[in-house]
Design a protein around this ligand. Structure first.
Ligand code: DQQ
Length: 574
């Protein structure tokens, strides 16, 4: 029906049909059936051109967890596609299928590593004929083939089996390898012991035999199974990305784990010790997976993986974005899940404490006509933004609260500080009014706003009398459909002295990606309007503050669709 067909995206990567999950070099996991509202799987990758996606002989390669037979998780193989620019894609034949005893129950998530001679190895998790998780080695059959169409599985597989003390179903998703100072390769693999999430470490010379460390890369109690661990360096000073083996005094290291229990991707910034392969967080109170710790994204976003793009000297983050509707709806649509727009990821050199993520620059090639708007939005107002259809948009906006109001609220000791009490999830969504917010955009709204998805800032006074900002997306009124999970998402976002409040929003049919303050806090949501579709989808700017007038300055681009072609000789002719 036309409501369901409208939901298919126009510039996000999706297989032609059926189920997709983790970017691979990613890996697999349990069955859909025992998965609550949560039909998702993660993945990861890294180092040189990392797996997951990787750049090889002029093409970006994207491998992903794929079910060729249905729009639900199961029968997992490695889907494969190539692109020149991370935006337009050509689907390729399946790269690896479950044809060996050591991957009979699925070719799960893995990662690629570029060796010194420019060749490539892939390590992936196989779920064996007995559902034991083991690590396997594969490599391209023909390194002269820029499309890397054929993959050969090493005859000595599996190369790693669960070590003593690790349960057979808790050993998966090998990372991209990085170099140790004595010239060996090192990988880490997520697991758990009781309720403690851990990351095991192995050294290898040839990817066939491995030496296990007695120490772990890291562990955090009460976080459960760590899936799709990612580990990579970021520069403290430069805005370029770093290849996975880079280390030195100006380098911090990120540990990311996809938390199987909560289905969130958590990371922390810390220090890596090459001598023994361990890592410690800069701030132990926000360690990986702790409730106060950082997340790549506060919406729907899991099993992500980074890779170093040697073509442009940047690190890119890919993520599996699952559905928030029902499995029955997915079966009816014939597809489930998509990949987020790839993001460049760097350390926030201004705060030194968090990453910043931003859609890859290539996305700008899809921008069509634009319109600039500059307006004052008074307390309690909703203003339609005249942009014709609003189903494929890129919005960049700056907001400023009138200085008089701000000074009055922050300076008046009788105005109670409320920021410490606020949370996007628990404080009631975009209709709850405070002195200084919420304000932002309602996307995918129908004319009467009976369906709408507000993406907004909430700003409040903190106990130190300074302004604190939150970035939220409220999907609670996004659809009349009753088979959809409709959370209010979000988190705090650092706003530094002299900075305006800025946001960027990408809208593509059923996905909305929001980036606040240059990508310090990000929220991806899936929305399934029933009325605000096709020409009836509108954009509004709103200000629900009680006291503050805000100045809104923003530009809205209509976005073109990407070409995502079936495989043919012609489609891959460079
Ligand atoms: N997905 C893969 C696993 C991984 C999980 C299976 C994460 O390797 O742990 O499809 O989503």
């Amino acid at each position: 029906n036309s409501v369901l067909s409208w939901q298919r995206t126009a510039f996000h990567f999706q297989p032609e049909q059926n189920w997709m999950n983790d970017p691979n070099g990613p890996e697999p996991k349990r069955l859909v059936a025992d998965q609550r509202s949560d039909r998702r799987e993660p993945a990861e990758t890294r180092r040189r051109p990392d797996p997951g996606p990787l750049f090889y002989k002029g093409w970006y390669h994207f491998f992903y967890q794929y079910n060729p037979n249905a729009a639900v998780w199961g029968d997992i193989v490695w889907g494969h596609a190539v692109s020149k620019d991370l935006i337009h894609w050509v689907h390729l034949p399946i790269a690896m299928v479950a044809d060996q005893w050591y991957d009979a129950n699925g070719v799960w998530t893995g990662s690629a590593t570029f060796l010194d001679d420019g060749s490539l190895v892939m390590l992936y998790t196989g779920s064996t004929d007995k559902s034991v998780q083991v690590q396997n080695l594969a490599y391209p059959e023909d390194l002269n083939d820029p499309l890397l169409l054929k993959w050969v599985k090493y005859s000595g597989n599996p190369v790693l089996v669960p070590p003593p003390g690790i349960l057979p179903k808790d050993f998966r998703d090998p990372t991209t390898a990085w170099k140790t100072s004595d010239g060996k390769w090192r990988i880490t693999i997520g697991s758990k012991i009781n309720k403690t999430g851990i990351s095991l470490v192995y050294d290898t010379i040839d990817f066939k035999t491995y030496e296990k460390h007695d120490t772990l890369l890291h562990k955090v109690p009460n976080t459960g199974m760590w899936e799709c661990v990612d580990f990579y360096p970021v520069s403290k000073t430069a805005i370029n990305g770093l290849d996975t083996s880079v280390n030195g005094p100006n380098v911090k290291h990120i540990v990311k784990a996809s938390m199987d229990d909560t289905r969130f991707d958590h990371y922390a910034v810390g220090t890596y010790f090459d001598s023994n392969g361990t890592w410690i967080p800069d701030d132990p109170t926000i360690d990986v997976g702790m409730s106060a710790s950082l997340r790549y994204d506060y919406g729907k976003f899991y099993a992500s993986k980074t890779f170093y793009d040697q073509n442009k000297g940047r690190r890119i983050l890919w993520s599996w974005i699952g559905e928030s509707d029902s499995e029955a709806a997915d079966v009816q649509k014939g597809w489930s899940s998509l990949q987020g727009i790839p993001r460049t990821v760097v350390l926030d050199t201004k705060t030194g404490k968090n990453l910043v993520q931003w859609p890859v620059e290539e996305i700008k090639s899809l921008r069509l006509s634009s319109k600039q708007f500059d307006m004052e939005v008074g307390p309690g107002s909703v203003v339609p933004v005249d942009v014709n259809t609003a189903t494929q948009l890129d919005i960049e906006a700056e907001f400023e609260i009138k200085k008089e109001t701000l000074d009055k609220i922050l300076g008046d000791s009788s105005v109670v500080a409320e920021a410490e009490e606020f949370s996007c999830q628990k404080s009631g969504g975009s209709t709850v009014r405070g002195a200084l917010g919420p304000f932002g955009f309602s996307v995918l709204a129908d004319k009467s706003l009976s369906e709408q998805t507000p993406v907004y800032f909430y700003v409040a006074k903190g106990k130190d009398s300074k302004l604190k900002a939150f970035f939220c997306t409220d999907t609670s009124r996004s659809t009349f459909a009753n088979d959809v999970v409709k959370p209010i998402y979000g988190s705090s976002v650092p706003v530094l002295e002299g900075e305006k409040l800025t946001m960027r929003i990408l809208v593509d049919h059923s996905i909305v990606e929001g980036f606040a303050q240059g990508g310090r806090t990000c929220i991806t949501s899936r929305v399934y309007p029933t009325k605000a579709i096709y020409g009836a989808a509108k954009l509004f700017v709103f200000n629900n503050a009680i006291d503050a007038t805000v100045t809104a300055s923003f530009k809205v681009w209509q976005m073109n669709s990407a070409f995502i072609h079936p495989y043919s000789e012609e489609a891959v002719r460079a």
